[in-house]
Design a protein around this ligand. Structure first.
Ligand code: ATP
Ligand code: MG
Length: 291
């Protein structure tokens, strides 16, 4: 064997380091010998296992995972800003999707989990919020401000930034007192400021709303928003302008932790609050090294 031959971590080692490291897999390494590589792997595995144990010990101490803290923090903030929290059904009717412009030709349609012929698990909160606004605009003076924090479901095949079940924070203000686009931008700053995350705003083209705005951190989309009058409004009896944002809370948790893996922060039996669960204290951290 030539001394120049490249020896990297084995696929099993790369996988294990990826599981244990909140930031994703190991940097590419090159070793002179297998024994050196395995020693390095053992060291890294031990250190990363300790990180995960420390995280779990911290969680035991605080009792409060990041996602829950974020949700409570943002809900408190929105209430302080005059928004009313609402809780609407997770099972929604086919008619609601159709009123959102979704039909079998729409890309989102293929991502919907149907529970029977006429009902599905909501892929978004917007139809329910539209529905509530239809009533509340009669009952309360404008501006009407509501938000919901809850699970949405989409069949996803896209990997590290998509979950099949994720937490959406959808806020909407009907009848904003400022220029809708100015208010939309203000609300993005308000929510992201409270979350403590720096971001950029980008104009984009949403599958549901058409021209809209995104909150982006590096190249990760955190939220999509819309300002103004929309052609869907008439399906819901809405005539005033509105502004609304849908934030993905696990995406926020992921960027707050500088992680590349959203699955750590979602509903899981493998991770708890970002920490991998198939670990043990002390010497068993040495197990799992496979060439
Ligand atoms: P993407 O283009 O990243 O698939 P999207 O534009 O389809 O997202 P929206 O419908 O705009 O998503 O939903 C609002 C927010 O909800 C997104 O900005 C994102 O933060 C979050 N989100 C959407 N789909 C998922 C998912 N499958 N897993 C986790 N978060 C998601
Ligand atoms: Mg979007």
């Amino acid at each position: 064997m030539s001394g120049q031959e490249h020896i990297g971590f084995s696929p099993a080692q790369v996988q294990r380091l990826g599981e244990l490291s909140i930031r994703g897999g190991p940097e590419p390494h090159s070793f002179a010998e297998v024994a050196e590589r395995d020693r390095t792997f053992e060291d890294l595995q031990r250190a990363l296992t300790l990180d995960n144990l420390n995280r779990l010990d911290g969680l035991r101490e605080s009792g409060a995972p990041l996602l829950g803290r974020l949700a409570r923090n943002l809900a408190d903030h929105l209430r302080e800003e005059g928004f009313v929290e609402v809780t609407t059904p997770i099972l929604i009717g086919k008619g609601s999707l159709q009123k959102m412009g979704l039909d079998p030709d729409h890309p989102l349609w293929r991502q919907v989990y149907w529970v029977d012929r006429s009902r599905c698990l909501r892929p978004m909160l917007a139809p329910n919020l539209y529905y509530l606004l239809g009533h509340l605009q009669r009952i309360w003076e404008l501006p009407v401000r509501i938000f919901e924090l809850g699970t949405c479901f989409r069949k996803e095949t896209k990997g590290a930034r998509h979950l099949s079940e994720f937490t959406m924070l959808n806020l909407v203000e009907l009848g904003p007192e400022k220029e809708p686009e100015e208010r939309l931008t203000e609300l993005a700053h308000s929510v992201m400021g409270r979350a403590g995350i720096e971001f950029d705003l980008e104009t984009t083209d949403s599958e549901v709303y058409g021209p809209s705005m995104d909150v982006v951190v590096d190249d990760v989309e955190i939220a999509s928003g819309f300002a103004g009058h929309h052609r869907l409004d008439e399906n819901w009896g809405i005539t005033d302008a509105w502004v609304g944002w849908g934030f993905g809370l696990e995406r926020m948790a992921m960027v707050l932790e500088s992680s590349a893996q959203i699955h750590r922060f979602g509903r899981s039996l493998i991770y708890l609050d970002g920490a991998r669960l198939n670990i043990q204290r002390q010497s068993s951290a040495r197990q799992g090294a496979e060439a």
